[in-house]
Design a protein around this ligand. Structure first.
Ligand code: ATP
Length: 259
């Protein structure tokens, strides 16, 4: 039997966290965010965002609920049908799922774009390098030669041939203002966020209420499963997905779920 009390809150390597620990995913997530802060990838505020997410995940039972799985399949269908899909990467996303985002980009032929709330050239470079270490070939977000309308200067910056020109964007853990501004530009937004009441999932065409650690690999798995599906089948999956019902179901689980 594992003596869980011996697991320090500050492990050196994530392999030291026992996989059978009842709070394994939470410890792993916390550890990755801490490492992200140390590496200059994640802003200190990212730790706070993670704490919020972790509380919602606890209430969801730390599992992908069926309505989230449906959202993840619909997200895969949107990405496969898109002409110019882009996956947006911020400091928490880079710390938590760098390799998984690279794999998803490969599976659906999407671009990766670094997009930060607290933008500094050093952090952009550090994140781009981190993604390259995890297999990314082309990383956008360094040009920042276009603007999202109706946002303040720093948060509006995007690449003209990246998010600005995208038809479908995946914006995990996105701030509500930017999610609203992207929606106003007419983008199809896929948001990953554990809080169904947050503005970002509320404006998304596909709100995925799930931990990004589980959500991204599952979208990739659906995309691989649907790789040979024709357009009609993909459109059917998109039409069958009910965003309001998915948000309601997630909220119901959080309020009424048995712990
Ligand atoms: P909004 O501006 O949209 O109203 P907010 O101010 O509640 O959002 P922030 O604190 O800016 O949100 O961002 C953190 C969001 O990311 C929270 O909604 C939180 O639930 C979510 N989050 C944090 N960690 C994860 C994770 N690992 N997976 C999915 N979502 C997460």
């Amino acid at each position: 039997m594992t003596d869980y009390d011996t697991v320090s809150a500050d492990v050196e390597h994530e392999e030291e966290i026992p996989e059978d620990h009842p709070r394994y995913q939470d410890l792993l997530t916390r550890h990755r965010i801490e490492r992200g802060v140390e590496k200059g990838i994640t802003h200190l505020q990212g730790m706070h965002a993670e704490g919020r997410g972790s509380a919602f995940d606890y209430l969801l039972g730390e599992e992908t609920i069926p309505s989230a799985d449906e959202a993840e399949r619909a997200a895969a269908a949107h990405l496969l049908l898109a002409d110019r899909p882009v996956l947006s990467i911020n400091g928490n996303v880079a710390a938590l799922v760098p390799g998984e985002m690279v794999e998803l980009a490969d599976a659906v032929d999407a671009d990766l774009e670094v997009n930060l709330f607290n933008r500094t050239p050093e952090r952009i470079e550090a994140i781009a390098d981190h993604l390259r270490e995890h297999g990314a070939e082309d990383v956008k977000g360094l040009e920042a030669d276009a603007r999202i309308p109706n946002l303040d200067h720093q948060r509006a910056k995007v690449d003209a041939d990246g998010i600005h020109a995208a038809d479908v964007v995946v914006v995990p853990l996105e701030d509500g203002d930017r999610a609203e501004a992207l929606e106003a530009m007419g983008k199809t937004e896929i948001v990953i966020d554990l809080n169904p009441l947050s503005r970002s999932p509320q404006v998304a065409e596909v709100p995925i209420v799930d931990n990004i650690i589980r959500a991204v690999p599952n979208v990739t798995a659906h995309a691989r499963d649907l790789a040979d599906a024709d357009e009609a089948e993909l459109r059917k999956i998109i039409q069958a997905f009910d965003r309001e019902a998915a948000l309601e179901e997630a909220e119901r689980r959080i309020r009424d779920g048995e712990l």
